[in-house]
Design a binder for this molecule. Structure first.
Ligand code: GAR
Length: 202
């Protein structure tokens, strides 16, 4: 059975959606390890409540390469096959990405390539777009840029604040992230250039 490693920095609601899908048998894998770079991350507590191995490796003051080497050590120790970033608010080094080629996924709260980086929902409201959403993609060496696996669109209402839009997008995140993980685990896709072609359309 494949083993997932989850990296997070905060609340951990995407981690919980993944863990629920694992428990429900909708994701054919187990969660081998949850790592947070912040001790106060609620996601760590949630992982421990579920009886999962959950570690804090504080990132403060550490050089990116040095920190990522610590991450790789722990992920290797647990024989992790697929790394899922779930609200992990740090960039990964090139060495980390080389260690897990096409085996790192991220969820981002916008329709990429629109609004990469921080506060994507705020950026969407400020820009005045009528539709935003979320994206699950492979992680490459550029910020929020790797090949896209799944996206979901969410309307932006005139009355939206970044907060209300975030809530609506989050529901879709919890739906498409587990689905994308299962697609990648199943291997039923092909990558052509930037395109991820899913089995159902091959
Ligand atoms: C989610 O909205 C996720 O898409 C976003 O952080 C939130 C984490 O929530 N990630 C990014 O912005 C990455 N650039 P969670 O901790 O409840 O899953």
């Amino acid at each position: 059975m494949k083993r997932l490693g989850i990296l997070l920095s905060g609340r951990g609601s995407n981690f919980e959606a993944i863990a629920d899908s694992v428990e429900a048998g909708k994701i054919d894998a187990s969660i081998g390890l949850v790592i947070s770079n912040r001790a106060e991350a609620r996601g760590l507590e949630r992982a421990r409540e579920r009886g999962l191995k959950a570690l804090c490796i504080p990132s403060r003051g550490l050089d990116r390469e040095v920190y990522d080497r610590l991450l790789i050590e722990e992920l290797r120790r647990e024989n992790i096959d697929l790394v899922c970033l779930a609200g992990y608010m740090r960039l990964l080094s090139a060495a980390f990405i080389r260690e897990y080629p096409l085996r790192i996924l991220n969820i981002h709260p916008s329709l990429l390539p629109a609004f990469p980086g921080l506060d994507a929902q705020h950026q969407a409201v400020d820009y005045g777009v009528k539709i935003s959403g979320c994206t699950v993609h492979f992680v490459d060496e550029h910020l929020d840029a790797g090949p896209i696996i799944l996206q979901a669109a969410v309307p932006v209402l005139d009355s939206d604040t970044a907060g209300t839009l975030s809530e609506r997008i989050l529901k879709e995140e919890h739906r498409i992230y587990p689905e994308a993980i299962q697609i990648v685990l199943s291997g039923n896709f092909e990558i052509r250039g930037r395109q991820v072609i899913l089995e159902r359309s091959l």
